[in-house]
Design a protein around this ligand. Structure first.
Ligand code: SF4
Length: 268
């Protein structure tokens, strides 16, 4: 059963050729990642560690947290990581991650924000037009298997009590999204569908973004009708991608951050 995600769908929308390299030909890029993505991953690792310890009733000190961050940075660092901006070094990005963690820590300590249900989840949401028949085997027939699934990777899932659940997402880049953009965000909304399915007592899901570079928290909500529409939309897009026969290149300024630029015919 093919598994999709918003980044997979987004990759097709950005450049079908890049999509083909990654998801169809499964080419391992020479450049493992960009420094911006690397920084984001290390901040995520560190916040995961912080809340994992909190789940065990231990509040990490800021010093311990920052030590962990530098340890995981060194452990995962590869010299082939792409730094596009010529005026910046690895250390500039490393210090920026440390700054973001320090600010986040100061704003949230002692991290009593509800019950932690999941960190960097690794789940699947079944997707198909006739979802109801998957499990039940309606009409006495055999239960149908869903054709697609959607990857549910929630940075932090919280139970805030009284049927309210929260999906938290960390954004470590310099870009700040507007409220309008977050109200149309597909990724966390899809995650909230899975939360509603998984937790029978769920009455509502708060979608929360932490823009760690700006020390800003923003939220958004979805109705059941909006979620049903989104699910149908995502399914239609997946079918369109699956049916694609052509994968043209789409040259934009984002090519500078593309890990396949070295093999892309538009650039070689
Ligand atoms: S370099 Fe640009 S055109 Fe080529 S695959 Fe990457 S995103 Fe597409």
């Amino acid at each position: 059963m093919p598994t999709f995600s918003i980044s997979r769908i987004g990759s097709f929308e950005q450049c079908p050729m890049k999509y083909k390299f990654r998801y169809i030909d499964k080419i391992k890029p020479e450049i493992p990642t960009t420094i911006e993505a690397f920084l984001g991953s290390r901040v995520h690792d560190t916040l995961q560690k912080l809340y994992r310890e909190k789940g065990k009733k231990t509040v990490m000190s800021l010093e311990w947290l920052i030590r962990y961050y530098h340890w995981i940075w060194d452990k995962k660092w590869e010299d082939s990581i792409l730094i596009v901006k010529e005026d910046k070094t690895q250390d500039d990005y490393r210090r920026e991650g440390e700054r973001q963690l320090g600010v986040y820590y100061g704003a949230h300590v002692p991290f009593d924000e509800g019950e932690i249900l999941g960190l960097e989840t690794w789940e699947r949401l079944a997707l198909d037009e006739d979802d109801e028949s998957h499990e039940a085997g309606e009409g006495g027939g055999e239960a149908k298997k869903p054709r697609y699934s959607f990857h549910i990777r929630i940075d932090r899932l919280m139970n805030a009590g009284d049927g309210l659940y929260e999906v938290h997402d960390y954004k470590c880049g310099a870009r700040m999204d507007t409220q309008e953009k977050l109200d149309e965000d597909r990724q966390l909304a899809m995650y909230s569908l899975w939360v509603r399915e998984r937790h029978a007592d769920c009455k509502n899901v708060r979608l929360v973004w932490h823009f760690t570079a700006h020390d800003k928290e923003m939220e958004s909500w979805r109705t059941e009708e909006q979620l049903a529409e989104l699910k149908a939309e995502i399914l239609a897009q997946i079918k369109e991608i699956e049916a694609a026969k052509e994968f043209p290149a789409n040259v934009t300024r984002l090519c500078d951050w593309c890990e396949y630029k070295t093999i892309c015919p538009e650039w070689t």
